[in-house]
Write a protein that binds this ligand. Structure first.
Ligand code: NDP
Length: 378
C-alpha cells in the first residue's frame, strides 16, 4: 500500500529535530526486549507489517516528498539461515542524492519502485542462523525500512558497549572513516593550516577534531552563526565563519592572511574557488564532496582560477571512502580510541520515525543538521 508522505521535517524543523552530543561512551542501555529467541524450537511470531520507503520518481533538482513512497508490506515468515532485524537507526547522506539520478556513477542508481538502501544499525529480533542471536546489534546497508531479513554474511555485528548505537553511522561509521581517510590521503600533519568546508556536518566536524588532535590550525565554515559557535566551542576549531555572511574568499583572506596548506572540500563551487586562491604554494586539496552542485540541473563551470593549480603546484586528491574499507581496523583503533577516551565528540541531529526520514534527507541540502543526521526508528 502506498501512502502519501507527510511534509518534510525541514518544513517545521524545530519540532522534529533533536541535537545531541556524545562526549564519551556510556554503558549500553538494556536492549529492547527481543520478540523471539534464536536458540531452541521455533517461537510463534506475530505477522509484522513492515514500513519501507521506495523511490517513486527521479527528482528534477532538489528532491521533494513526491519522489518517495511510504509502503506497508507484511513480512513473510523468516527463512532458515536468516535473521529478522528491527532497525534502530538509519542514516541519510548527501551521496544518496546522486543515487536518485539515472545513469552511471561510482555507485549504481536507486531503482524506481524499489526500497531505498542506506546504512543502518538494528537489533536481531529473531534468528534462524547460528551466527547471530536475538538481541545482537548489527550494522547493515538495509536502511529506509523498519524491519528486514538477511543472512549473517550481509551484516556486521557491532558492540553494544558504545552508546548510542547511532555512533556507527557517524563518527565511528562512514563519515568518520571519510574524515580520517581524507587527512591521511594528503598526509595532514602538525603545523598545517587546514580549512574545512561543510565543517559542521557529519564528516566536517570529525575531520576538524582529528586535525586538532594532529596539532593543526583548523579553520571551518558552515551555514549559520549557531554552527560557527558549535565549531569553536564544542569541536575546538581555532577559527570558524559563516559562509553565508560574505564571499568565502574575503573571509578566508581575513581569517588566514598567510594562506592555507590544506583544503578539505565537502562543498565545491565557489568555496573550492576561494580555497584555491587561499592555498599556499604546494598546497593540498582533499576532494571529498561537492554538495553545492548535487541538485543543479546543469552544473556551473569549474573554478575560474584553475590556473593557480599550475602556478602554485597544488596537489588535488580525489577520495572515495570505499577505497579505505581495508583500513577499517586501523581507523576503529585510532578514532574509536579517541572516542572512548572522550577526546572526540560525535554530534548528531536526530529525527524520529520513518515517516520523517524523507524530510531529514531533504533537510541535508538546507543545512538542517549539525553533526550527523540520523533517523531513530525504534
Ligand atoms: P553533512 O552532514 O555535512 O550534511 C550536508 C551539509 O552540507 C548541510 O548540513 C549543509 O550545512 C551543507 N550544505 C548543503 N548545501 C550546501 C551548499 N549549497 N553549499 C554549502 N554547503 C551546503 O554531510 P556529510 O558530512 O555526510 O558529507 C559532507 C560531504 O562529503 C558531502 O559533499 C558528501 O557527499 C561528501 N562525502 C564524500 C564521501 C567520499 O567518499 N568521497 C563520503 C562521505 C561524504 P551548512 O549549514 O553549513 O550549509
Amino acid at each position: 500500500m502506498n501512502l502519501k508522505l507527510p511534509q518534510p521535517a525541514s518544513a517545521s524543523p524545530s519540532g522534529s529535530f533533536v541535537h545531541r552530543r556524545f562526549p564519551s561512551p556510556h554503558p549500553a542501555a538494556a536492549p529492547n526486549a527481543p520478540l523471539a529467541s534464536a536458540a531452541g524450537p521455533m517461537i510463534f511470531m506475530p505477522k509484522i507489517t513492515n514500513r519501507e520507503i521506495r523511490l517513486a520518481s527521479r527528482p528534477d533538482g532538489l528532491p521533494t516528498v513526491a519522489n518517495f513512497a511510504l509502503v506497508h508490506r507484511e513480512l513473510e515468515p523468516l527463512p532458515d539461515h536468516q535473521v529478522l532485524v528491527r532497525n534502530l537507526f538509519m542514516s541519510v547522506d548527501p551521496y544518496m542524492r546522486g543515487r536518485m539520478n539515472e545513469g552511471k556513477s561510482y555507485v549504481p542508481p536507486f531503482e524506481l519502485g524499489q526500497t531505498l538502501e542506506g546504512r543502518a544499525v538494528g537489533e536481531v529480533v529473531e534468528s534462524r542462523a547460528k551466527e547471530l542471536k536475538a538481541g545482537d546489534a548489527v550494522f547493515s546497508n538495509f536502511g529506509w525500512r523498519e524491519y528486514f531479513m538477511a543472512s549473517p554474511k550481509e551484516l556486521r555485528r557491532v558492540s553494544r558497549e558504545l552508546h548510542p548505537l547511532s555512533v556507527y553511522l557517524g563518527a565511528l561509521g562512514m563519515p568518520g572513516l571519510t574524515a580520517w581517510a581524507g587527512l591521511n590521503l594528503v598526509d595532514v600533519k602538525a603545523g598545517d593550516v587546514i580549512y574545512i568546508s561543510g565543517a559542521a556536518g557529519a564528516v566536517g566536524h570529525v575531520a576538524g577534531q582529528l586535525a586538532k588532535l594532529r596539532r593543526c590550525l583548523v579553520i571551518g565554515s558552515a551555514g549559520s552563526m549557531e554552527k560557527v559557535r558549535f565549531l569553536r566551542e564544542e569541536c575546538g576549531f581555532d577559527i570558524a565563519f559563516d559562509y553565508k555572511t560574505g564571499p568565502v574568499v574575503e573571509q578566508l583572506n581575513v581569517e588566514a592572511p598567510e594562506g592555507i596548506d590544506v583544503y578539505f572540500d565537502n562543498v565545491g563551487g565557489e568555496t573550492l574557488e576561494a580555497a584555491i586562491s587561499a592555498l599556499k604554494v604546494h598546497g593540498r586539496i582533499i576532494a571529498c564532496g561537492g554538495i553545492s552542485a548535487y541538485n543543479e540541473k546543469t552544473p556551473g563551470p569549474g573554478p575560474a582560477n584553475w590556473f593557480n593549480v599550475t602556478a602554485k603546484r597544488l596537489t588535488i586528491k580525489g577520495m572515495l571512502v570505499r577505497d579505505w574499507l581495508g583500513r577499517q581496523g586501523e581507523f576503529e583503533k585510532e578514532v574509536g580510541g579517541y572516542f572512548r577516551a572522550g577526546k572526540l565528540k560525535s554530534h548528531e541531529t536526530v529525527v524520529e520515525g520513518l515517516d520523517q526520514a524523507v524530510g531529514a534527507f531533504i533537510g541535508l541540502f538546507a543545512g538542517k543538521n549539525t553533526g550527523k543526521m540520523v533517523v531513530k526508528l525504534a
